[in-house]
Design a protein around this ligand. Structure first.
Ligand SMILES: CC1=C(CCC(=O)O)c2cc3nc(cc4[nH]c(cc5[nH]c(cc1n2)c(C)c5CCC(=O)O)c(CCC(=O)O)c4C)C(CCC(=O)O)=C3C
Ligand SMILES: [Fe+2]
Length: 373
C-alpha cells in the first residue's frame, strides 16, 4: 500500500501518535504475584482474595488473555486508521504490566512525538475506569518532564454512551438472544454484567455537578436500550437486570450488587430456564469474563440447571473499532478548536476534558491529566 499523501493526515492534527492505554496482565506464572501486588498496593485487598485470584490466573497457565486482546485491538485500530488515510503511529501501554505507559511515551518522545492521544480500554465513568487512567497519564507525563522530555497527552471521551460501543453491544446481545431460542419470554432473562466497584466509588462517579452513580446509570441505561432494541428486532418482550462480578475488597465494605451468581440463583427459583449473560462492562474477554463468568457463573448455572449463553464482548468488532477511530477524529477536531458534533446513544456524550473533582480518588489526592482541574 502506498504511504498516504501529507494532505490525508490533516484530520488527526495536532496529534503525533495514538496510544492504547490498558490495565495490563501477567503472561507467565512468575508474573502473576508481582502483577497482583502492583494492582493492589495500598488498597486493603485481603490476602485470601489475592490468593484466590492468583489461582484463577494459574488455571489459565498464568497467562491473562488481556494483552493478546490488546495486541489484536491495536492491529485493528491501526488498520482502520490506515483505511482512512492516516499514517499516525498507534502505540500500546499499560498500568500494571509491560509495556508500561511511561516507557512507551518516552520512546514515542524520542521518536519525535510531542502530543499524543490516549484511548483507554474502559468505556464507563468511575474512578477505576476513568480517573485512575488519567492519574497514570499524569504520572507518566511528570516522570518524563523530570527527564527533560515535555509531552502532552489527551484522551478521547469515555465511550459508554458512544453509538459505536452501544450499537456493537446491542447487535451482539441480540444475536445471542436469538441463538438461545427459548421462545417463552417469562422463562428468559438477560443479565447485563459489569465489574462491581465499592458503593462509595459509584456514589461519587460522574462529572461532580450531578447526582453521582453515573457508573451504575450508564450501564443501566445501556441495558435498557439493548432490551428495547433486541425486543423490537426479535419481536419479543424481554426482561433482564444489571448485575455485577469480580467483587474484591474487605467484606465490611459495601460493593455494588447483586453478584451475578446470586442473580442466577434468584431467577432460577422464579422458574427462569435460560439466561443470556451480556458482559457490557468490559471491552474484551479478559479474566473477569473468562474466569468469573465462563468458569464461576457457568458452574453456578450448571448446578441450577439453567441454560446460559454468554455474549462476546466488543473486542475487535468493526463497529466498535470504527467508533473509537471516530472518537479520535472528534478529539483531534476539538484540539484544533473546530466545531464538532458529539454523537451519543444512549444518553449524553461525556466531556473529553473532565471536570474538576469528577470521579474522585477517595484514598489519596493525586494529579490527573486530561481534565480542567
Ligand atoms: C471498574 C473496573 C474495571 C473495568 C475498567 C477497566 O478495564 O479498567 C476493572 C478492570 C480490570 N481489573 C482487572 C484485574 C484486577 N482488578 C482488581 C481489583 C479491582 N478492580 C476494580 C475495578 C475495575 N477493574 C476495583 C475497584 C478493584 C479493587 C482494587 C482497586 O481499587 O484497584 C484486581 C485485584 C485482585 C482482585 O481483588 O480481584 C485485579 C487482578 C483487569 C485485568 C484482567 C486480566 O488480567 O485479564 C481488568 C481489565
Ligand atoms: Fe479490576
Amino acid at each position: 500500500m502506498p504511504e498516504p499523501a501529507p494532505d490525508d493526515l490533516e484530520e488527526l492534527r495536532p496529534y503525533d501518535a495514538v496510544v492504547l492505554l490498558s490495565f495490563g496482565g501477567p503472561e507467565s506464572r512468575e508474573e502473576v504475584m508481582p502483577f497482583l501486588r502492583r494492582v493492589t498496593a495500598g488498597r486493603g485487598i485481603p490476602d485470601e482474595r489475592l490468593e484466590s485470584v492468583a489461582e484463577h490466573y494459574y488455571l489459565m497457565g498464568g497467562r491473562s488473555p488481556i494483552n493478546d486482546q490488546n495486541r489484536a485491538l491495536l492491529k485493528a485500530l491501526h488498520a482502520e486508521l490506515r483505511r482512512r488515510g492516516s499514517a499516525l503511529p498507534v502505540l500500546w501501554g499499560n498500568r500494571n504490566s509491560e509495556p508500561f505507559l511511561t516507557d512507551v511515551l518516552r520512546d514515542a518522545y524520542d521518536r519525535g512525538a510531542r502530543r499524543v492521544l490516549a484511548i483507554t480500554t474502559s468505556a464507563y465513568s468511575s474512578y477505576s475506569s476513568c480517573r485512575q487512567y488519567r492519574e497514570d497519564i499524569a504520572e507518566a507525563v511528570s516522570t518524563l518532564a523530570g527527564e527533560g522530555r515535555t509531552i502532552v497527552v489527551d484522551k478521547i471521551r469515555q465511550y459508554a454512551t458512544h453509538p459505536g460501543f452501544a450499537r456493537a453491544n446491542t447487535r451482539l446481545a441480540t444475536e445471542a438472544i436469538r441463538q438461545i431460542g427459548q421462545p417463552d419470554d417469562a422463562r428468559l432473562r438477560v443479565a447485563f454484567v459489569t465489574h462491581s466497584i465499592p458503593v462509595g466509588m459509584d456514589d461519587t462517579s460522574g462529572p461532580g455537578d450531578g447526582e453521582g452513580n453515573l457508573y451504575w446509570h450508564q450501564h443501566d441505561e445501556l441495558g435498557h436500550v439493548i432490551l428495547d432494541e433486541a425486543g423490537i428486532t426479535l419481536d419479543r418482550n424481554l426482561s433482564g437486570a444489571l448485575v455485577f462480578c469480580s467483587r474484591s475488597g474487605p467484606p465490611s465494605q459495601p460493593w455494588l450488587e447483586p453478584d451475578v451468581n446470586d442473580y442466577l440463583r434468584q431467577v432460577a427459583s422464579e422458574g427462569v430456564t435460560d439466561v443470556v449473560i451480556a458482559p457490557i462492562g468490559f471491552v474484551s474477554d479478559h479474566m473477569e469474563v473468562r474466569y468469573d463468568l465462563d468458569v464461576e457463573a457457568a458452574e453456578t448455572a450448571a448446578e441450577l440447571g439453567l441454560r446460559v449463553v454468554r455474549v462476546p464482548t466488543v473486542g475487535v468488532d468493526g463497529e466498535f473499532v470504527s467508533g473509537l477511530v471516530d472518537l479520535t477524529e472528534e478529539r483531534a477536531a476539538e484540539a484544533r478548536d473546530e466545531t464538532v458534533s458529539h454523537p451519543a446513544w444512549p444518553g449524553e456524550a461525556m466531556p473529553s476534558i473532565c471536570r474538576p473533582g469528577c470521579c474522585p480518588n477517595l484514598r489519596v489526592a493525586k494529579a490527573a491529566a486530561c481534565g480542567s482541574d
